[in-house]
Design a protein around this ligand. Structure first.
Ligand SMILES: O=C(O)CCC(=O)C(=O)O
Ligand SMILES: [Fe+2]
Length: 347
């Protein structure tokens, strides 16, 4: 169902969780004084030692804040340009999502979950439980043929001269599904028809049954481009991560505990990729990706959002969100009052 609702982001997007890969840090940034005060010793311990190092960091942070402020408008402009001038290689992937694109196990699990009296224990028999304690599950999502077609289309887009946005603040290569026009035909039906019933049973207290927006993107890892992904948690209540291909070694996902828990990365759990299969996890579960060894890895990542949960507490600043109007789904916050649900582990 299309919604005319206005989505928002939290103001913290422009001042917190600014990622600096070479120091492996997510920083809060208001001005130079605050940066020195809050992070001086920590930065020095990570190799930010000289005045030049600090100056360079400062410039990068200022640039990143500017980029984040312009993001919504620039993304909308790219989307409009792509819609008017891009010629797809595989137009079939833009057709509204058909069951043949999906793995039969996924369709069956979603249908079961939507049926009256559906029971979590029975659903769990249809999924692979990767970790009961961490509540990470694996399920086949797409057919291998569909993954292949989608990959061909994404590569064609990558090679085109169309403008490209970055998937998120940590990944530099890949594609934003909404800019390419794949949200409406592919990701929204995936969320509404299949993920919502499944996740309502799997993660009811995280808003699994109240998902109302998403941010979906494809991440790409290759030699000479991004190789790995630092440890982080997602700006999402729940996440689906589907391996699309191609051939590669390395690149496994690893998972620690919830970001709120101390010693959250003590014993990370490694999870390999299987083409067409998706990993489901809570957005707050700390995770990252090991370095790629050889080849190319492409994964579709869907950050699933429930405004009923996030309107109460922004998962990035862990405070009541300060709402700023945004384009599209924004960061999934809304102004209206939503039904109240318990927030995952944020007690
Ligand atoms: O590299 C991956 O597949 C994980 C990506 C991820 O965790 C993210 O983009 O949030
Ligand atoms: Fe992530």
């Amino acid at each position: 169902m299309a919604t005319a609702r206005r989505f928002c982001r939290c103001a913290c997007f422009c001042s917190q969780n600014l990622y600096v890969a070479r120091y492996g840090l997510h920083l809060r940034f208001r001005d130079e004084q605050q940066l020195r005060r809050d992070y001086g010793p920590l930065l020095r311990s990570r190799g930010c030692v000289t005045a030049e190092d600090f100056q360079q960091l400062l410039e990068e942070l200022e640039q990143e804040v500017g980029r984040r402020r312009r993001l919504g408008q620039e993304s909308a402009a790219r989307k409009a340009l792509i819609a008017s001038s891009y010629h797809p290689a595989r137009p079939a992937v833009y057709k509204s999502l058909q069951d043949v694109a999906l793995a039969p196990e996924f369709v069956a699990a979603a249908e079961y979950s939507a049926s009256p009296g559906a029971d979590l224990e029975v659903l769990l028999q249809r999924l692979e439980i990767v970790s009961e304690e961490k509540r990470i599950y694996r399920v086949p999502v797409f057919s291998v043929e569909f993954c292949q077609a989608l990959l061909e289309e994404l590569e064609h887009f990558e090679q085109s001269d169309m403008p490209k946005g970055r998937p998120n603040t940590m990944n530099n290569y890949g594609v934003l599904m909404h800019e390419l026009g794949l949200d409406e035909p592919l990701v929204t039906p995936l969320r509404e028809r299949f993920l919502q019933p499944l996740l309502a049973l799997l993660y009811p207290e995280c808003g699994g049954g109240q998902l109302d927006s998403h941010r979906a993107f494809v991440v790409k890892y290759a030699l000479g481009q991004d190789l790995e992904l630092g440890c982080h948690y997602d700006n999402a209540e729940l996440t689906l991560n589907v391996a699309l291909g191609k051939a590669f070694t390395g690149g496994a996902l690893y998972f620690g505990g919830l970001f709120q828990a101390p010693a959250a990365l003590m014993e990370p759990l490694e999870v390999d990729h299987v083409v067409g299969q998706g990993i489901l996890h809570r957005g707050g579960q700390l995770h990252g990706a090991r370095p790629l060894g050889t080849g190319e890895r492409w994964n579709l990542v869907v950050w699933l959002r429930a405004s009923a949960v996030r309107n109460r507490l922004c998962p990035m600043c862990c405070q009541k969100p300060e709402l700023v109007d945004d384009e599209g789904f924004g960061d999934g916050f809304t102004r209206e009052e939503s039904a109240v649900v318990d927030v995952c582990a944020l007690t």
